[in-house]
Every structure is written in structure tokens, then in C-alpha cells.
Design a protein around this ligand. Structure first.
Ligand code: EPU
Length: 450
């Protein structure tokens, strides 16, 4: 056994305080935005997670100096000497994250060409990047796909354009923003994603000198400028991590104060949390989440783009729903394969049935395409410790919650994946009183005892 395995002794409520920092789904993108500036940028509230390390490495390969600032969680990124990177060096990052695709626009502006390695990210559906390449073509880039990655070239300055996304994709919206700000003329983007992390990225770009109007009906207007400067920005807090801890409090009958959590970006989650029977209290520094006792209530839930119920909240909440009385219905409309993790919950004693039909008010893209994307959760179920293999980031954290709520010991394999998006999760779990143990720790205890 290696330290990619965690023994979780469940059955105790998680209680205490943890802190969340900047959002995983904003920070790496704000780091990429620094490439667009003439001068250095200063990003605050940066968490120590794998996606940040991957982007830091890629920026450094392109001549950006990245160093930590005086404040804890501060990065200073200086793009004064952007240069082409060695393809083999870039390729070493293949499969590590989805962020490299967002280097396209900034590198095309700075160097006239870009090489993007094969992408990584969670296996929760096909995760195509067709929208990204289509919009880059519309800006005037030429794109060649090779087995080891994609080469892009801009023969001349990219030009603003009119784009309508087939679906309000977060990544494709970011691609447009990061490309349009320095393109010649105006770009009109329709059917844009408007997640809080996108609005925060727009704030970053505006600080750099960009002209961006966030209109009604998912329309964004960007007037290209000739040059951008650096920025100083404090990343918005991670609403996805905050919700994960909230679900951990609910599922384990615990009480967790999440310092740094903010109400504004979590309103939809908070309403749902309350409907299920969870209690919360907001103050200026964070949000306290707890199980107030009594039964939890089954609910009908549909994931959606913002301001709907975020797909990344779904997996942790489903674990809490296994403890609610009655039938909960979950319709996942953002990713076609984000319910596969429920098989392991059933193995632990949950009763979750998957369906190919859209079990929700909104028919989605997956109903007619034979994807198991709806679930009926029948509860409450007593969960029993089990052998678990982490499938993806949020599914993985959900397994930890389930293992903590379960009776007995679970052996959770592949915990390293959680480091992609949850800073210091082992220390946080221990701070909350979780009984977790790495096999290497057990071995050294046995040696001491021997
Ligand atoms: N899509 C396409 N073609 C594209 C791009 C997207 O068909 O070119 C589809 C996807 O297959 C999916 C839907 O559009 O069905 C939405 O995908 P989107 O582009 O919005 O997702 P993303 O940008 O790849 C980000 C987050 C995800 C989060 C989604 C939705 C990052 C690094 N990732 O992904 O976060 O679930 O937006 O909000 O920002 C996570 O944090 O665990 C995570 C997966």
C-alpha cells in the first residue's frame, strides 16, 4: 500500500473550523490572464492545490517568472519576457489539467503561435473542447491537431467577432474573454456562462485595462484594446469547496464553520441545504453549517449552469441525501456521466437507482442520448465502511464524506486526486476530528510499538 490510500474510521460527526481560500475554478485562470499584461500581476488568496502548480509550471516554461509574495497565498507573476516553450517540456504537462487550453488566446497574442498538450481533468463525461477551437478559428487562428497536442497560429492580430455558444460553457466563455480583450475591434458573445468565477475573471481583466460589458441574457461585449497592464486581485473564495464541507457537516451530523465561505455565490446552494434540513448561519468571516438534529428531508434537485444548482455541488450533496427520509430525485444536466460514483455508495448500503430519462422539469441534452444522468436516492440508509476507489475530484471528496458518515473503516484508494482541488484536506479533516490514517503512519506506529 502507498500513501495514495487513506483509512477512514467513520461514525463520528465532523466538528470545528476550517478555512477555504481562492476558488480552484478562478485562480489558475487569473494566473493565465497575467500572461496578457505588460507588467507584473499580484494574485492573492491562492490555494496550494495541484492545478495551481500545473499552471505555474506552464507559465514558467513560457518565460513568466512566478514567485510567492510577502503575504501568505500571494503570487507575483511577471510576464515581461514571454517566450516560446519547448514542445517536449509542454507535453510533459499533458493530461494534468484542463487549464492549458486557456493559454491559446494569450499565447497567440504574445507570440503568434501556441502549442497545447493533451488535456486532463475529471472523467465525468466526454469533456470535448470543440467550442474552444471553433471560437479561436472565428478570431482568426489556424489550428492543426497532432497526436501529441494542438498547434495554433495567428498570422496577424486576432480580430473581434460575433460568437454564440451552443451551450453556456464556462471554459469556452473564458477562452473568448482571454482572447477578445486584445483582439482588434469588438467581440459579442452570446449564450455566455456567467458563473461567479467568470465574473471574477472579468474583474481581473478590467483591472488590467480591458473593456468588458456584462449584459443581460448571457451576452458579453468586449472591446479589444492594444495593451493590458498587470493586476492586483484577491481571488473570490471557493464556493465549491465550501459546499463540500457543508455536506460533510450534514452527512456526519456535524457542525463546521467554514471561514472564508461567502453567501453571495452560494445562495442557490444555501436554499437547497436548508430545504434538506441543514442549518447555517452567515457572518462577515464565513458560514457555519450544521445538522440541527431530527430527520433530513428528501428533495428534487436539478443541476444547471449559474445561477442554477452547480453540478460540482451535486456529488457531495447526494451523500447527504442518502441520510434524508424519502425519495430524492437528482437530474444532472451539465455532465452526462457525473452519477457513476453512486455505485460505490450503493456498495456501502445506499439505495440509489440511475435512469436514462430526464427526471426533472427541464429536458436536457442527455435525455435522448442514452446517458444515465438521473438518480433516485431512497433514504435514510445506514452506510457501512467499504473499499473505495476515487473516480474524480468531487466524487472523491464525496467518498470521503460517505466514509466519514459510515460505520466502520473504509479504505479509500487514489486520494492524491483530491489534492487537485482541496487544499490541505488531510489536515482539515484532522482539525475537524476525523479519524483518518495513512497506511505509512500505521506502519510507523506499529514499528514504534514493536
Ligand atoms: N462542452 C462542450 N464543448 C466544449 C466545452 C464544453 O460540449 O468545447 C460541454 C461539456 O461537455 C459539458 C458542458 O459543456 O457538458 C459544460 O462544460 P464547461 O465548459 O462549462 O466546463 P469546464 O469549463 O470544462 C468548468 C469547471 C468544472 C465545472 C464546470 C461547470 C474548471 C477548471 N472546471 O469546467 O469544475 O464543473 O466548469 O461549471 O473551471 C470541478 O471543479 O470539479 C469541475 C469539474
Amino acid at each position: 500500500m502507498t500513501d495514495d490510500v487513506l483509512l477512514v474510521h467513520g461514525g463520528n460527526p465532523l466538528e470545528g473550523e476550517i478555512r477555504v481560500r481562492g476558488a480552484k475554478n478562478l485562480v489558475p485562470k487569473a494566473m493565465v490572464a497575467a500572461l496578457l499584461g505588460q507588467g507584473p500581476s499580484r494574485l492573492r488568496n491562492v490555494p496550494d492545490i495541484r492545478d495551481v502548480k500545473v499552471v505555474r509550471g506552464l507559465l514558467q516554461l513560457h518565460g513568466v517568472t512566478v514567485r510567492t509574495g510577502d503575504e501568505d497565498g500571494e503570487l507575483i507573476l511577471d510576464p515581461s519576457h514571454v517566450e516560446s516553450a519547448n514542445v517536449a517540456d509542454i507535453d510533459a504537462h499533458a493530461g494534468s489539467s484542463r487549464i492549458p487550453i486557456l493559454f491559446c488566446g494569450p499565447l497567440l497574442h504574445r507570440l503568434g503561435h501556441a502549442f497545447i498538450p493533451g488535456l486532463g481533468g475529471c472523467d465525468i463525461g466526454g469533456r470535448p473542447v470543440d467550442f474552444h477551437f471553433e471560437v479561436l478559428r472565428q478570431f482568426g487562428a489556424t489550428i492543426e491537431k497532432h497526436p501529441q497536442g494542438t498547434y495554433l497560429v495567428a498570422q496577424q492580430r486576432l480580430r473581434g467577432t460575433r460568437i454564440e455558444l451552443p451551450y453556456p460553457s464556462v471554459g469556452a466563455t473564458e477562452q473568448v474573454l482571454l482572447t477578445a480583450v486584445l483582439a482588434e475591434g469588438v467581440t459579442e458573445l452570446r449564450n455566455a456562462a456567467i458563473e461567479p468565477e467568470i465574473v471574477d475573471l472579468i474583474c481581473v481583466l478590467q483591472k488590467m485595462g480591458a473593456i468588458i460589458t456584462l449584459g443581460t441574457d448571457r451576452t458579453i461585449l468586449i472591446t479589444g484594446v492594444d495593451e493590458l497592464d498587470g493586476y492586483t486581485h484577491r481571488a473570490l473564495p471557493d464556493r465549491l469547496e465550501s459546499a463540500s464541507w457543508a455536506c460533510a457537516a450534514l452527512a456526519t451530523k456535524g457542525d463546521i464553520y467554514v471561514r472564508g465561505a461567502r453567501q453571495l455565490e452560494m445562495m442557490t446552494f444555501l436554499n437547497t441545504f436548508r430545504k434538506v434540513g441543514g442549518a447555517f448561519e452567515v457572518d462577515d468571516e464565513g458560514i457555519r453549517f450544521w445538522h440541527p438534529g431530527g430527520e433530513l428531508t428528501a428533495i428534487a434537485l436539478e443541476t444547471d449552469v449559474h445561477p442554477g444548482f452547480q453540478t460540482d455541488w451535486q456529488q457531495p450533496l447526494v451523500v447527504a441525501l442518502t441520510q434524508a427520509t424519502g425519495l430524492s430525485i437528482v437530474h444532472e444536466t451539465v455532465y452526462e456521466s457525473r452519477l457513476g460514483f453512486t455505485g460505490a455508495l450503493n456498495q456501502m448500503g445506499a439505495h440509489i437507482q440511475l435512469y436514462r430519462e430526464c427526471l426533472g422539469a427541464t429536458p436536457c441534452r442527455f435525455g435522448a442520448r442514452n446517458f444515465l444522468h438521473s438518480a433516485v436516492v431512497s433514504g435514510p440508509s445506514k452506510l457501512i465502511g467499504s473499499e473505495l476507489v476515487i473516480p474524480d475530484l468531487r466524487g472523491g471528496f464525496s467518498y470521503l464524506i460517505a466514509a466519514l458518515a459510515a460505520e466502520g473503516t473504509s479504505t479509500v484508494h487514489g486520494i492524491d486526486l483530491i489534492n487537485r482541488g482541496y487544499e490541505n484536506f488531510m489536515d482539515k479533516l484532522r482539525d475537524l476530528g476525523a479519524h483518518v490514517e495513512l497506511p505509512s503512519e500505521r506502519a510507523s506506529e506499529e514499528l514504534v510499538g514493536a
